[in-house]
Design a protein around this ligand. Structure first.
Ligand code: PEP
Ligand code: MN
Length: 360
C-alpha cells in the first residue's frame, strides 16, 4: 500500500500517517518527492483497507501497489532517485545528469599496485576507486584478497588521491569491518540473494552497489534491492554485470536491454560493469560505449597497471592508457545525450581543499 499525500500536506500530517502505520505493527517509508510525499507501507501480510488512511488529514489517496517489489518501484516514487556518495566537493551523484565512473583493479594486491592504478584512473577522470579486499572466488585456492590490510590501503588511496572507495562486503559479519572503510558497499553477483547480507547492508548508513546475480531475472534483481530498501537504506545503485548464456565468445552476456527495463520499473540508478560483463579486455571499450548510449548512469571498470601480472581478472582489466581512451570516447557519447563526465579537480588544486596534493 502506498499513501500519497496532498502537495500542501504538512510535516505533521506526514508524521501522523507514519505513526498510524507503525502503531498497526507495520513499517512506514516516507519518500519526499518534488511535488508531494508518498509513504510506502511494508510488513503487512494481507491487503490493507485504503479508507483507514484516506480519512486522515493531508492524505490524497491510498493505493495498492501492484508489483511484488514496492519501495524500488516507480509506482511508489515516480522521479529518478539520486544516490549521493561522499561529501563536499568530492561528492558524486549516481542517477543525475553526470555519469559516475568507478575504476580500479579487481583486487587490491599491494600498496604500489593500488597507488599506480589510482593515480592513472584519477588523472583520466574517474571519481571513484574500486578494488576488492575480500574476494569471493570460485576456487578456495585462488587469491582471496588482502583482507583488512587491503582496506587500509584503500583508505590511503582515498586520502592521497581524493577518490571515493567502492569495495565488496561478503557476509554480514564482514560488513562490520568493511563499512568502516568503504564509501560504497559492493554486494557481488554471487551474493545477490544472500538475504542476511542484504538485510545487513540495508541497516548500514553507506550506499550500496548491488550487482545482478549471474542468472537473476529482472524481478529477482529488483526484489534483492527491495530487501535493502525495506530495512531503511534507500541509497542503492543497481549494476548489470552480465548473465550466463550459451555464448562462449565472452565470459558472460552483458544484458544491456535490462537498463531501459529497469528505468521503466524502478527509480533507482543503474550502472554497467563491462569488465565482468564480457570477461575480455578487447570488448570492454565497445560495451562501455554501448552502456552509456543505452542510458546507464555510470560504469564500473577494472583497470590494472600491469594486467598480465594481476592476481585476479587480468584478462579483462584495461591498461591505464586504454582507460584514458575509454573516458574520451564515452565523454563524446555522453555529450550527445546531454550528460557529462564530472571531472575531478586536479590534485593539489588549492581551490579544492578536499583534494590533497599527490605528494602529501
Ligand atoms: C568484482 O567486482 O570484482 C566481482 C567479483 O564482480 P561480480 O560480483 O560481478 O562477479
Ligand atoms: Mn573482478
Amino acid at each position: 500500500m502506498l499513501i500519497v499525500m496532498k502537495p500542501q500536506a504538512s510535516e505533521e500530517d506526514v508524521r501522523r500517517v507514519c505513526q498510524k502505520i507503525e502503531a498497526m505493527g507495520y513499517r512506514a517509508h516516507s519518500m519526499p518527492g518534488a511535488q508531494r510525499t508518498a509513504i510506502g507501507i511494508t510488513g503487512n501480510k494481507g491487503a490493507l483497507e485504503p479508507a483507514e488512511f484516506e480519512t486522515l488529514p493531508g492524505v490524497a489517496e491510498a493505493i495498492r501497489v501492484s508489483k511484488p517489489y514496492k519501495l524500488v518501484s516507480r509506482e511508489v516514487k515516480a522521479e529518478d532517485s539520486l544516490v549521493r556518495v561522499g561529501t563536499g566537493e568530492n561528492q558524486v551523484t549516481f542517477g543525475g545528469e553526470e555519469l559516475a565512473i568507478i575504476a580500479g583493479p579487481c583486487a587490491v594486491e599491494s600498496r604500489e599496485q593500488a597507488f599506480a592504478a589510482a593515480e592513472r584512473v584519477r588523472k583520466a577522470g574517474a571519481r571513484l576507486f574500486r578494488g576488492g579486499a575480500f574476494k569471493p572466488r570460485t576456487s578456495p585456492y585462488s587469491f582471496q584478497g588482502l583482507g583488512e590490510e587491503g582496506l587500509e590501503i584503500l583508505a590511503e588511496v582515498r586520502r592521497k588521491f581524493g577518490l571515493l572507495i567502492v569495495t565488496e562486503t561478503i557476509d554480514p559479519e564482514n560488513c562490520d569491518l568493511v563499512e568502516q572503510y568503504a564509501d560504497v558497499l559492493q554486494v557481488g553477483a554471487r551474493n545477490m540473494q544472500n538475504f542476511s547480507l542484504l538485510k545487513r547492508v540495508g541497516r548500514s548508513a553507506k550506499p550500496v552497489l548491488l550487482k545482478r546475480g549471474m542468472s537473476a531475472t529482472l524481478e529477482e534483481f529488483l526484489m534483492a534491492a527491495e530487501y535493502i530498501l525495506s530495512e531503511g537504506n534507500y541509497n542503492v545503485i543497481l549494476c548489470e554485470r552480465g548473465v550466463r548464456t550459451f555464448a562462449d565468445h565472452t565470459r558472460n552476456t552483458l544484458d544491456l536491454s535490462v537498463i531501459p527495463a529497469v528505468k521503466r520499473l524502478s527509480h533507482l540508478p543503474i550502472i554497467v560493469d563491462p569488465s565482468h560483463g564480457t570477461g575480455r579486455r578487447d570488448k570492454v571499450i565497445p560495451l562501455s560505449r554501448a552502456a552509456v548510449a543505452v542510458g546507464a548512469d555510470g560504469l564500473i571498470v577494472e583497470v590494472h597497471p600491469q594486467p598480465d601480472q594481476a592476481l585476479s581478472d587480468g584478462h579483462q582489466s584495461l591498461h591505464p592508457e586504454e582507460f584514458e581512451s575509454l573516458m574520451e570516447q564515452i565523454s563524446a557519447i555522453a555529450g550527445v545525450l546531454g550528460r557529462t563526465l564530472g571531472r575531478p579537480a586536479t590534485p593539489g588544486d588549492r581551490s579544492n581543499p578536499v583534494v590533497p596534493a599527490a605528494s602529501e
